[in-house]
Design a protein around this ligand. Structure first.
Ligand SMILES: Nc1ncnc2c1ncn2[C@@H]1O[C@H](COP(=O)(O)OP(=O)(O)OP(=O)(O)O)[C@@H](O)[C@H]1O
Ligand SMILES: [Mg+2]
Length: 423
């Protein structure tokens, strides 16, 4: 027997509507109290035995909540809700027996006998109808305007729940993405640190080999010639002198390297007025300052004491001042200024030279062992790395001041009192 009923028509924007529905990932999920509360409310406000949250899938209507009905879905083409999603207002069928579109509908002629139907479309934020919140009775009837309004506002609550669900899912997936990205970042950071360590170890060994090989080659070359000059004492003496210089150089490198493996021996630490140490340094750098016509001036604005190894701090300052004199060697304006002053919790030494500052690319490598821009034989590249090691032991810091128009190294010492407590 062919049915006269009107099948639920397919909306013009069906593909878009279905895609939107799928984004909520709600189809075939378990019942949830929040939706069941809303159908319960709808049925009690409208005084109907049945209330449903019905979502219109491609071939079926599926119920997220089904109050007063056991079924969880029915075919779409016989559904009332399939009609309701075409409008914006509540779709009402007061008596299906008298309505040709539904009179011979199997849901009317058989269970659950839908005699009365009112469905408020669930319109999402993009204006797409996902389904309905509907109420059903087995007898013909009407709804008051208050009941219709209540049904509409409950339908809006259903949509709000669905939107919240989508937002939560999005948040969850973003959070997972973030977690994965953080994990990956951590892994690549660990790899990077490992490879940087390997690289610096490689560089260190290559540096040591290179630095020691040069003077060794000189020693070996000159030693081979010694017997040749046994009858020429002057040449012999010059060869011996060259050998001695090369030995000294190796010994300086080895001494420098030993500083790297120091045991943190603090037996020579004493209370010193920092300006006294700097004055001693001035004597040690005066000859170089004269030779290079580079005045080194001192400005003492502090008489603070620091707890330190005097010889090591001299070594630090001599290296900084020598570096500064070397750095301005080819400049028209040549000067070095050493300033000592107090800051809130520390005593500060600044060694500034007339150079233009140090580019960031170089700044990152300054304190690496064997980093030098000086010609072979003019610098070992150990000065600043040893300086850093010594200052670490003194709980002092060394930085390149970047907001100065000139090149400026800054050392910050904790005051003697704090150092003694830390020692
Ligand atoms: N005042 C400065 N101005 C510009 N560059 C500097 C300055 N001080 C240090 N540098 C750069 O830092 C490098 C490393 O300095 P460091 O004192 O460690 O070694 P070095 O002076 O080259 O050799 P060494 O001190 O062992 O004889 C220098 O070669 C130079 O390129
Ligand atoms: Mg140096």
């Amino acid at each position: 027997m062919s049915l006269k009923m009107k099948k639920a028509p397919i909306p013009h924007n069906e593909r878009e509507r279905l895609n939107a529905l799928l984004e909520y990932k709600v189809l075939d999920t378990a019942p949830e109290l929040l939706y069941d509360d809303l159908t319960h409310l709808a049925s009690s406000i409208c005084q109907t035995p049945i209330a449903l949250v019905s979502l219109i899938d491609s071939e079926r209507q599926w119920f997220k909540s089904h109050h007063g009905l056991d079924a969880t879905e029915t075919p779409r083409d016989i559904s009332f809700c399939g009609h309701a999603i075409h409008g914006r207002d509540v779709f009402v069928v007061e008596d299906s027996f008298k309505d040709l579109r539904f009179a011979d509908n199997p849901l009317v002629t058989g269970a659950p006998v839908v005699r009365f139907y009112a469905g408020a479309p669930l319109i999402n934020l993009n204006g797409l109808a996902l389904g309905t919140l509907c109420v059903i009775d087995h007898n013909p009837r009407t709804l008051s305007s208050d009941q219709l309004k209540a049904l509409e506002s409950l339908a809006r609550q259903v949509v709000t729940q669905l939107e919240l669900r989508k937002a939560n899912l999005l948040l969850k997936s973003k959070f997972e993405e973030l977690q994965n990205a953080t994990k990956q970042l951590g892994e690549s950071q660990a790899l990077l640190i490992q490879s940087a360590k390997m690289a610096s170890l490689g560089e260190l060994s290559a540096g040591i080999a290179h630095e020691i090989n040069n003077p060794l080659a000189i020693i070996s070359g000159n030693a081979g010639l010694l017997t040749k000059f046994l009858d020429n004492p002057e040449k012999l003496a010059s060869k011996v002198e060259t050998i001695k210089k090369s030995c000294d150089r190796i010994s300086r490198i080895v001494q420098g390297l030993r500083k790297f493996s120091r045991s943190g021996d603090k037996s020579n630490f004493q209370d010193h007025e920092l300006c006294d140490i700097i004055k001693e340094t001035a004597i040690l750098t005066a000859a170089k300052s004269n030779r290079h016509s580079t005045p080194v001036t001192f400005d003492f604005k502090s008489h603070s004491h620091v707890f330190c190894d005097e010889v090591e701090i001299e070594q630090v300052l001599v290296n900084l001042i020598n570096n500064a004199i070397d750095a301005v060697k080819d400049r028209s304006e040549k000067w070095v200024k050493v300033a000592l002053f107090d800051d809130t919790n520390s005593v500060v030494i600044r060694v500034t030279d007339s150079g233009p500052g140090i580019p960031e690319s170089v700044r990152n490598k300054l304190f690496d062992p064997f980093f030098t821009t000086k010609k072979v034989g003019e610098g070992t590249g150990l000065g600043l790395s040893i300086t850093k090691g010594i200052l670490d032991e003194h709980k002092a810091t060394i930085t390149v001041v970047t907001d100065s128009p000139n090149t400026c190294f800054e050392i910050r010492f904790p005051r003697a009192e704090e150092m003694k407590n830390a020692a």
